[in-house]
Design a protein around this ligand. Structure first.
Ligand code: SAM
Ligand code: SF4
Length: 325
């Protein structure tokens, strides 16, 4: 079975946010005070998430990424992951985390069947890391990276690049790939607050590559299947790789293969569109055919593309922490 939208894009990737709570408060993602804890009736149970995932996989989804908020703060996550990993037809189960809880959880995630973890890290300098995350300790994330590496997870680091905040660390991050098989991916900062000057903070993928190119010679790598929107490179002789993800300045909408489900059961077919459908009433009907139909309808409504960064930019507001990036 294949899930295709009106523009003949094959939808085979589900991003599932299991919580909008987090143990950090990154300035570009969360309000300083955090987000209010919702009652359990507002949040999808693991049972309901599993039903959504099973339906999506039966329709052709092959890859699920668990995200949040910080997914590792939701209690009971590991047994849920084990059930997801066992879904027939699911080829990839991966997770995005800030890494803080990996020292105590990496082994359990691996045993549950998670194949890869992406770890977000925007600065290698302790004071700056604390300033960006408002409360984080760099050492905790570095310990998380070590834990992931020791247990045998391939290490992928996500770096959101913001002008004047951490763009002077591009070379330091690139250097991490020289001797270790790390994959470091630079992400263009996306506007998720109404800020007339947001464009001043975005460093385009092109500029990131050009600046790294002033220091290192690198070459393009071929794209693997289901590998997402990253354009990947390797510095000559390096053990690892670099990538850029350019949602703002070089849209990858025409190849978009994903839908997102939030922890409150909202399905979004585009991160930058306010359009979303509440799956909770559908789940309450307890009829799998209705659920399948709802997912198919949402995919058919998927927008052709977004216009962030373009002339028609409507700059929608959204909380990245509730959608999961
Ligand atoms: N807490 C986990 C983490 O930080 O990896 C998972 C959730 S977080 C919302 C998922 C990804 O979205 C992270 O890599 C984060 O850096 C990225 N992100 C959040 N806000 C962003 C923004 N405004 N622009 C670009 N990326 C953003
Ligand atoms: Fe938390 Fe991740 Fe958002 Fe940072 S980016 S506040 S770690 S959810």
């Amino acid at each position: 079975m294949e899930l295709r939208d009106r523009f003949d894009r094959k939808i085979n990737y589900l991003r599932l946010s299991v919580t909008d709570l987090c143990n950090l408060r990154c300035r570009y993602c969360m309000p300083e005070a955090g987000v209010a804890k919702l009652g359990h009736e507002a949040i999808l149970s693991y049972e309901d998430m599993l039903r959504v995932a099973r339906a999506a996989v039966s329709l052709g989804v092959e890859k699920i990424r668990i995200t949040g908020g910080e997914p590792l703060v939701r209690r009971g996550l590991v047994p849920f992951l084990g059930k997801l990993a066992a879904l027939p037809g699911l080829k990839e189960l991966v997770l995005t985390t800030n890494g803080v809880l990996l020292p105590s959880m990496a082994a359990d995630l691996k045993s549950a069947g998670v194949q890869r973890v992406n770890i977000s890290l925007d600065s290698l300098r302790p004071e700056r890391f604390r300033a960006i995350t408002r409360c984080g300790e760099l050492g905790d994330v570095l310990a998380g990276i070590d834990a992931a590496e020791s247990i045998g997870f391939p290490v992928k680091l996500n770096v959101v690049v913001m002008r004047g905040l951490n763009d002077d660390e591009l070379e330091d991050f690139a250097a991490l790939t020289l001797h270790k098989n790390f994959s470091v991916r630079f992400i263009e900062y996306m506007p998720n607050i109404k800020d007339a000057h947001w464009q001043d903070q975005v460093v385009s993928g092109e500029e990131i590559l050009q600046r790294i190119g002033q220091r290192y010679a690198y070459r393009s790598l071929e794209k693997a299947e289901r590998c997402g929107p990253s354009r990947d490179f390797r510095i000559e002789g390096a053990a690892g790789s670099l990538g850029v993800i350019t949602p703002v300045f070089s849209h990858f909408c025409k190849d978009c293969n994903r839908i997102r489900v939030t922890s409150t059961g909202q399905v979004r077919s585009c991160l930058f569109s306010d359009a979303q459908v509440d799956l909770k009433p559908v789940l309450h009907q307890n009829d799998e055919r209705v659920l399948l139909q709802a997912l198919q309808e949402i995919v058919m409504e998927k927008a052709e593309g977004h216009c962030i960064g373009g002339e028609e930019d409507a700059n929608p507001t959204f909380a990245m922490s509730s959608i999961g990036g």
